[in-house]
Design a protein around this ligand. Sequence first.
Ligand SMILES: Cc1cc2nc3c(=O)[nH]c(=O)nc-3n(C[C@H](O)[C@H](O)[C@H](O)COP(=O)(O)O)c2cc1C
Length: 405
Amino acid sequence: MATRLYPNLPPGYMWKSGVKVLLSGGILYAGTELYYGSENLYKMTLPIAQKYIDGEQSHQFAVKMAKYGLLPRAGYNLKEYDTLKTNVFGRDFINPVGLAAGFDKDGEAVQNLRKCGFGFIEIGSITPRPQEGNPKPRVFRLTEDEGVINRYGFNSQGCGPVSARIKKVFDPTNPVLLGVNLGKNKTSTDAGPDYEVGVGSFSSWCDYLVINVSSPNTPGLRSLQGKKELGKLLKVVKSSVDREEIESGRRPKILLKIAPDLNFRDKRDISKLVLDKSYGVDGLIVSNTTISRPESLNSKEKEESGGLSGKPIKELSTRVVGEMYQLTDGKIPIIGCGGVSSGEDAYEKIKAGASLVQLYTAMVYQGFPVIGRVKRELDECLRKDGFTNVQEAVGTAFPEIKRNK
Ligand SMILES: Cc1cc2nc3c(=O)[nH]c(=O)nc-3n(C[C@H](O)[C@H](O)[C@H](O)COP(=O)(O)O)c2cc1C
């Protein structure tokens, strides 16, 4: 029988202690990396985790992490830059990088999401009445392309429960602005009253409201982007915002979120409507997901139906940002959204005319540290080109318009 190295210790003591030390070290290491928003930790662990959990489960897990504050609390995420401070719609932003709609659909993690480095966050889409959305599976990762296809179909707890939750946490003095994205119920035949309910539920409890008429997963929704229907809807929204302002004294900014798949006539009509003050639109979000499938896609999931997001839509959405900036003569603030996963991507959208940017799918592949990366790299891009502030770079791809503004 082998002689024991420390005969006075109980049997198994040494290896048990060794395992404890290794485990505690591992937990301490992971905790520190999580706290500091290590880009490497997420890069190493995400692909492994994603092998075992599907798109929707990962999404729910990430929302829970955010809800319980397991988010970067130091490091690059929390670093702010003078170059990135900006003022849009008459509101100050600590940086121009926001969270796009669809991540925190029911506003469960607002408080912590406001502490992890974003300049603004958007919750929703929220429908007036609760609804389940489409049958599962309905979220597909296109890993080789760094894209996602989703056909959630507005799964929402509904305006009542979400506004009750938001009322408790909304703080109008918080420097990280809060947006609420509004949708309509699948079974509603008239969109107007649905958006009126949304406006009534959230006007007093957010900094901006988004009229989402561009999700591809609710039948008929995108046809609301046509001139006649959109004009009618925007008038309804404006009167209900006017009414709410009289009652509460608060008036959120109103943004319209559009699809990247519109034809030129629709884009021209939309720009005319938003330029007309009587429709009350303060800005545009360009864009939602696309129903198109670029030739370049390699992942087998590309055949799934739904809206495609992430890297594969980056160029398309940047192109539409540029078109809308030109059509509106640079007079309407644009939030550029679609495939932002680096500072360079954000910078391209800004040069095309975006005053702010949003991201979502990049978090699927890079985790929360992507926020810190985009800010750090965007600061570098701006300084390299001699800009002292992000506002100076907005629309510089179109010098004619920039000069006329
Ligand atoms: C899983 C998922 C769910 C989404 N849900 C919504 C939504 O409810 N409302 C909405 O306006 N946009 C929604 N979007 C679209 C995003 O807000 C964004 O416009 C689009 O994904 C492009 O940005 P990205 O490439 O950075 O993800 C969703 C996107 C994804 C990936």
